[in-house]
Design a protein around this ligand. Structure first.
Ligand code: FNR
Length: 361
């Protein structure tokens, strides 16, 4: 695939393959796509300050997260309903993750069960949870995925109700009725609160709208694996996460798909990392498309980043090998950024390697 050189080339390729409504579902943000655009633009307002010359003949891009070594500080974000993008759904994604030795955060809304995904995976998966109205069911689900081998739990908090997904609506997108949320099947109590759906479709019966830190304290009381909160943008919320027993935060605005008008994740990263980075894992997602973006995020205090849309475009375009190619390109670019800036290891990638600039790149 000689024309597929950069991650964004896969977006164009996926666009030519997928039904238009499905493409809009992936590519779109919410509202006017302001936050979606900011996620990309904000990386352009940071510039890299190389420290040269340095011996970069041996690069160390490994990071340890919760006791396990990762070959690079990159993971795959949770994305629901992979059967929209490939007939084998998450089975294909797991195969791609296996090929590229990367950790996948499995979405609560996968089209195959977490157990099946974990059996097929060569390494422990992380599981992303939307807390369910039925907390008894929520606990059962968490106990199931941990028993199946989930290494960490990420609880998403930035979408308590539906967002203004105008592009999806204009394209008349809907999840096909035959496509289930495999993890929730057989747990009818979880879907028993559909009455919420009548409020102008603002509420979703498969996501609780009343999640608070008390839920985290409660989950912490029975979970024996690391607990992360996904969707944090304020430093004081990151501190509250720590008080509630979380082990990490994923700084995220849901890829610009939740509330439009909130800041780019990279903009709020330095303050959050400064406050809690010494005692909790700090991950970031939103607009990471180049190795230099990974570099900038790590320099600003993230321990790792996760990517969403790019690997879905890879999945749509080339199945498992499409996913693996995306990861390989991003890793290669990240290694280039490190060596060309004179930074031989993640440990030495500190804040002074980037600075704000007014002329956007
Ligand atoms: C998502 N995201 C998401 N997040 C989550 O916690 N649970 C989910 O099921 C989903 N589903 C989902 C579907 C689609 C189509 C997209 C594009 C995104 C958000 C995702 O985890 C991540 O926060 C963003 O995708 C990161 O931004 P980029 O890398 O797509 O810019």
């Amino acid at each position: 695939m000689p024309s597929l050189i950069h991650l964004e080339d896969f977006e164009a390729a996926a666009r030519s393959i997928l039904p238009q409504a499905t493409f809009e579902y992936i590519a779109g943000g919410s509202g006017d796509d302001c936050t979606l655009r900011k996620n990309r633009a904000a990386f352009g307002h940071l510039e890299i300050m190389p420290a040269l010359p340095r011996d970069v003949s041996k690069l160390d891009t490994t990071v340890r997260l919760f006791g396990r070594e990762h070959s690079s500080p990159i993971l795959l974000s949770p994305v629901g309903f992979h059967q929209l993008f490939h007939p084998n759904g998450e089975r294909e994604t797991v195969e791609g993750a296996n090929q590229s030795d990367i950790t996948l955060i499995a979405s609560c809304f996968s089209t195959v069960t977490f157990e099946e995904m974990q059996r097929a995976s060569s390494k422990p998966l992380w599981f992303q949870l939307y807390v369910q109205n039925d907390r008894g069911f929520t606990r059962e689900l968490l106990e199931r995925v941990v028993a199946a081998g989930a290494e960490a739990i990420c609880v998403t908090v930035d979408l308590p109700t539906n967002a203004a997904r105008d592009r999806e609506r204009r394209a008349d997108f809907d999840i096909p009725s035959w496509m289930g949320r495999a993890n929730l099947e057989g747990m009818s109590s979880a879907l028993a609160h559909a009455s919420h759906a009548s409020v102008g479709n603002l509420y979703n019966e498969a996501r609780a709208a009343d999640v608070t830190w008390q839920d985290f304290t409660w989950m912490r009381s029975f979970l024996k694996v690391p607990l992360l909160v996904k969707g944090i943008l304020r430093a004081e919320d990151a501190e509250a996460a720590k008080d509630a027993g979380c082990d990490g935060v994923i700084i995220s605005n849901h890829g610009g798909r939740a509330l439009d008008g909130v800041p780019a994740s990279i903009t709020v990263l330095p303050e959050i990392a400064e406050r809690i980075g010494g005692s909790m894992a700090v991950l970031l997602d939103g607009g990471v498309r180049r190795g230099i973006d990974v570099f900038k995020a790590i320099a600003c205090g993230a321990h790792a980043v996760t990517i969403g849309r790019p690997y879905i475009y890879g999945l749509s375009t080339g199945g498992a090998s499409g996913v693996a190619t995306i990861v390989e390109i991003l890793r290669r670019e990240f290694a280039m950024a490190m060596s060309l800036s004179g930074c031989a290891s993640i440990k030495s990638l500190k804040r002074d390697f980037v600075r704000a600039c007014h002329t956007a790149g």
